[in-house]
Design a binder for this molecule. Structure first.
Ligand code: XUL
Length: 538
């Protein structure tokens, strides 16, 4: 059963802004109403790919190769989800003529490959036919490599070598060469399938592909998502010709331009207006899910920190200058508000928590109860939760370890994975901000107060949530509002754009318990040593 849509029908007929989030496992939409100081979310819906679109054969939204290293998803599925979600919005009872602008966010790094003529075809899609069947023939590659892919080690080494080493690449683009980043993925495609690469006229990120579908024309990239490619000169916020040349032949002509994040891509294409009855709303450039969450959580001041607990777990916050993680594990991205953000990403997020939950036949209620029953510090028991190859720290092969932890002890294993994830986040986010007073939590698992308590204790910081469960889709709706006002010549500041949407919820904040903080100060050092020992023995 799809989750029920949430609609607030008592509308005042003022401006509506639509924000999508095309994530790994689902497409969500959040619609906000803005009428002066009255600001509220009027509609939220999530379409889960595996449940609603089983014909695409994905598990958790992706297809994984037998060795677990190649991970792809079909772009036609994302288009299908957008089409169906437009229908669901139409059925919501909202007055579509009040929609002023739409924007979105998408899982980062994934790339979509279009043949020549794709842009013309996008402009003239037939509104009497579903979208997916019209998009499939435009693709020069029917699947997209996504952020979970880790099959491009050789390409990363070649790129780093061509560009003066990993440290130089990080200074230029914000990150050392990463397997999931788009440069390595494009290089792999161009070398392994040169004919299909030659047939490719345009390479989009998932974000700019989805914006192109809405606008019926090629959308630009923007610095938030383009900085996840190892191809953008971070200081100039434009393509680096050296990085492009090191990646694949004639790449410059295949990439869209990079524009400001608040750029209007165009008006909503005739397909959406005729098929669903939308008006001539503006389409604002889409960004990556993490940069979008930065806006949806209202984070603009350096020193603030957010934790997103989703398919991937991420820790991120605004930074004043593009300082780099000395360990090489983190990324500097452009912030969609201008400036920069630091981010550290963990591949073993919600699917790893689910692995432990399922191994002991628990539901989330049972998982939380066990977490509550076990002591902070777990009596010294430790886990390294690398159920799949890990991004941070870099671990090439799935490699789960226990220390002083009985595999049969469900309660301690539950606590061990949550503590491990929190300690890894703390250790690998110091370069973004060393000590933080308040952490904003988002993502599915942020609903779990017991998990947030561990995070509060490990970081010695208060943890707060915002009313919307989906900060990426909310950020997209607020970016639509900001971009619309900018285009209309009546701009609003970012603080004004998010006001009334991103304040912490009044429900009790989660405060660190002093005795737990002391326990983790010791355990953190042990975890760090265990992590580095097991990595070097791998
Ligand atoms: C960030 C990353 C993931 C994806 C997930 O670098 O790879 O957080 O954006 O959607």
């Amino acid at each position: 059963m799809p989750p029920p849509a949430r609609t607030n029908h008592k509308l005042t007929g003022m401006a509506l802004y639509v924000g999508f989030d095309s994530s790994t496992q689902s497409l969500s939409v959040t619609i906000v109403e803005v009428a002066g100081d009255l600001r509220r979310i009027v509609f939220e819906h999530t379409l889960v790919f595996d449940d609603e679109l089983p014909g695409y054969g994905t598990a958790h939204g992706v297809r994984v190769s037998d060795d677990g290293r190649t991970v792809v998803a079909p772009p036609a599925m994302w288009a299908d989800a957008l089409d169906r979600t437009a229908g669901i919005i139409t059925d919501s009872g909202l007055d579509l003529s009040q929609i002023r602008a739409l924007s979105g966010s998408a899982q980062q790094h994934g790339s979509v490959y279009l043949r020549a003529g794709g842009e013309t075809a996008l402009a003239s899609l037939d509104p009497s036919l579903p979208l997916a069947g019209q998009v499939a023939p435009l693709l020069s590659r029917d699947t997209s490599p996504v952020w979970m892919d880790c099959s491009t080690g050789a390409e990363c080494r070649a790129l780093a070598e061509a560009l003066g080493g990993d440290a130089a690449l990080a200074r230029l683009t914000g990150s050392r060469a990463y397997e999931r980043f788009t440069a390595a993925q494009i290089r792999k495609f161009a070398t392994r399938d040169p004919e299909a690469y030659a047939r490719t006229a345009r390479i989009h990120l998932v974000s700019s592909f989805m914006a192109s579908l809405l606008a019926g024309r090629d959308a630009p990239l923007e610095p938030g998502d383009a900085s996840g490619m190892n191809l953008m000169d971070l200081a100039a916020r434009q393509w680096s010709s050296a990085a492009l040349e090191a990646t694949a032949p004639d790449l410059a002509s295949r990439l869209p331009p990079i524009a400001e994040s608040w750029t209007t891509v165009g008006e909503l294409a005739p397909y959406w207006r005729r098929r669903y009855g939308f008006g001539p709303a503006r389409v604002i450039a889409w960004t990556g899910d993490n940069p979008s969450s930065l806006i949806g959580l209202g984070l603009f001041e350096p020193g603030q920190l957010a934790i997103s607990l989703g398919t991937s777990d991420t820790v991120f916050g605004p930074i004043a200058r593009p300082v780099h993680d000395p360990s090489g594990a983190g990324h500097v991205f452009g912030s969609p508000a201008g400036g920069y953000m630091g981010l550290t990403c963990f591949a073993n997020g919600s699917l790893a928590r689910e692995r432990v939950r399922d191994a002991y036949a628990l539901d989330w209620g049972g998982f939380s109860a066990l977490l509550e029953r076990t002591p902070a510090g777990n009596g010294g028991a430790l886990m390294l939760p690398w159920f799949v190859p890990e991004i941070t720290p870099a671990v090439a092969h799935a490699d789960m370890h226990r220390r002083a932890l009985d595999a049969a002890d469900a309660a301690r294993n539950v606590r061990a994975i949550v503590e491990a994830q929190a300690m890894a986040m703390r250790l690998h986010s110091r370069w973004i901000v060393d000590r933080v007073g308040v952490i904003r939590a988002t993502g599915g698992a942020a609903a779990n107060a017991q998990i947030l308590q561990v995070i509060a204790d490990v970081f010695a910081a208060e943890v707060v949530r915002i009313a919307s469960g989906n900060s990426a889709a909310l950020g997209a709706a607020l970016r639509a509002f900001h971009g619309d006002r900018f285009a209309a010549g009546d701009p609003v500041s970012w603080e004004e754009a998010v006001a009334g949407f991103t304040d912490p919820t009044p429900q009790p904040h989660i405060r660190p318990a002093p005795s737990h903080v002391a326990a983790y100060a010791t355990l953190l050092r042990e975890y760090e040593a265990f992590e580095s020992r097991m990595r070097s023995s791998a």
